[in-house]
Write a protein that binds this ligand. Sequence first.
Ligand code: DQA
Length: 143
Amino acid sequence: MKILVLNGPNLNLLGLREPELYGSRTYPDLVEFCRGAASAAGAEAEVRQTNHEGVLVDWIQQARGVFDAIVLNAAAYTHTSVAILDAIKAVRIPVAEVHLTEPKEREPFRRVSYVGMAAEAVFSGRGFDSYADAIRHFAAKGA
Ligand code: DQA
């Protein structure tokens, strides 16, 4: 099974970015972690990051016929992007929403999730393990 792991804005700054919230591990650490979690679950993960909303839309569209599932941390775009919601609905690839933190326990503007309106599952609040939970979710059900 091929899983596409997509990361949105500012996740490239993990380690530097608000470490009290996001921890001290870096984005390259996250990439390695996701690949390891996928391989332990008998799957394969391709991990990407962009700061640009349209690039996320392009990658979701291009995943059709190539990937079996998408693990998506759209970061701030989670709470704003109808374009990403529409892309998920259009491609009909199963998507799991992930977050390092628990957005619902943070500022009120993080309580809305457009991604969550189309995602089949949400894994949040467990740091890197949120990604492992999402990867195992797809591996266990065969996407
Ligand atoms: C985040 C939570 C979002 O609210 C925030 O904008 C992020 C990271 C998380 O992983 O906890 O950039 O998606």
